[in-house]
Write a protein that binds this ligand. Structure first.
Ligand SMILES: C[S@@+](CC[C@H](N)C(=O)[O-])C[C@H]1O[C@@H](n2cnc3c(N)ncnc32)[C@H](O)[C@@H]1O
Ligand code: SF4
Length: 350
């Protein structure tokens, strides 16, 4: 049984936990679904995630009431931003209901969603009606052939653009578009993508291709450094830097000098931002990870289903955070000398 929020705050203790590097817990990313309707080679390459791949069974995934119960505990420990992700979160049945329950939690300031956009046209209005404030849509390119290569042959840019339009009409704002940039694959289409959204209020964010998981055959020579992209973009449209919205923001923001909006650069590879990382991640089967590149997590579902009370669960989360030492991106070079088995992105979400 879940206790009332005021008692949970008491259970969490008077001080909010700081990890071993002095970082507070501020964001919780919740993967609601390990499956996906795309097979982006940089995330879920189809040679591994084929039709016989064993995804979680529905009983193995956290149920909504379990997610909500854990979210209350995270909020009591300092989390203020919740992001629903996956896999593809919109494949999870009745997702708007979960949004409604999460936005109702006292202390939550922001609930967001990251999606590949294919099902967004169908759900945008219902998500907004249930309290979702904003949405991040992944769209790597507008070129249909390049898109097909980057999605593993599923979906097309028109569907994603339709989803973005529906989100705009529903009043979800701001809308951010995430584009992973890979050298020799879509880097020649980046300016077209930016041009398409300039002046529309949609914020394009260019993401350096990351070495998440163990299966995407990542190599540094396929990363296009944000500095290089910034130079290319600024040569076409003059830009000026804009300060952070909040400490720990992952994107470096720039605005177009002509007032046509802003763009962002996410540079986990060339300019790691571990120092201010305030993110915890909950996998679809209830394992808490304190880093996108973690090798191991803390199994909250096991404790929860074994009957742990809120005090016990809170202590598990608090201790996981207090003992957190993660700063993988800052140690990337040495990490590659000692290969490790990292958690996969589709499983904990981006
Ligand atoms: C794992 S996806 C989950 C949500 C949803 N399916 C989507 O694609 O938006 C979250 C984000 O991670 C990004 N991502 C996945 N693999 C990546 C990689 N290897 N490097 C950089 N970003 C990656 C995706 O582009 C997406 O923006
Ligand atoms: S990035 Fe998103 S859409 Fe692409 S395979 Fe991963 S989870 Fe699916």
């Amino acid at each position: 049984m879940t206790v009332a929020s005021s008692s949970i705050v008491a259970l969490a203790g008077s001080s909010l936990p700081l990890d071993t590097l002095g970082r507070a817990l501020h964001d919780l990313r919740i993967s609601v679904m390990d499956r996906c309707n795309f097979r982006c080679p940089y995330c879920m390459p189809s040679e591994t995630f084929h039709e016989h791949y064993r995804f979680l069974k529905s009983g193995e995934r956290l149920q909504f009431e379990e997610i909500v119960r854990l979210a209350h505990l995270f909020v009591a420990l300092g989390a203020r931003k919740l992001r629903l992700t996956g896999g593809e979160p919109l494949l999870r049945a009745n997702l708007p209901d979960l949004v409604g329950e999460l936005t109702a939690i006292e202390g939550v300031q922001d609930v967001a969603l990251t999606t590949n956009g294919v099902l967004l046209a169908k759900y945008a209005a219902e998500l907004k009606a249930n309290g979702l404030q904003r949405v991040t849509v992944s769209l790597d390119t507008l070129d249909e052939q390049v898109f097909a290569r980057m999605s593993g042959g599923f979906g097309d840019p028109k569907q994603v653009l339709e989803g973005i339009r529906a989100a705009q009409q529903a009043g979800l704002a701001p809308i951010k578009v995430n584009a992973v940039v890979e050298r020799g694959l879509n880097d020649h289409t980046v300016l077209d993508l930016i041009e398409h959204f300039r002046g529309s209020g949609v914020i394009v964010r260019l993401i350096e291709y990351m070495d998440v998981g163990n299966r995407n055959h990542w190599s540094l020579d396929r990363v296009v450094a944000s500095r290089e992209l910034l130079t290319r973009v600024a040569a076409r449209w003059p830009l000026h830097p804009v300060g952070q919205n909040y400490r720990g923001e992952v994107a470096e923001r720039y605005a177009f000098d002509d007032g046509s909006g802003e763009i962002g650069f996410i540079s986990s590879v060339t300019e790691p931002f571990c120092g201010a990382c305030s993110r915890a991640r909950l996998s679809s089967d209830g394992v808490l990870y304190t880093c996108l590149f973690a090798e191991r997590g803390h199994d909250l579902k096991r404790a929860l289903r074994a009957g742990a009370g809120d005090a016990e669960l809170t202590a598990l989360i608090r201790n996981a955070w207090l003992n957190r030492v993660d700063r993988y991106s800052e140690l990337r070079a040495t990490a590659h000398e000692h290969p490790m088995k990292k958690v996969e992105m589709y499983y904990i979400g981006g």
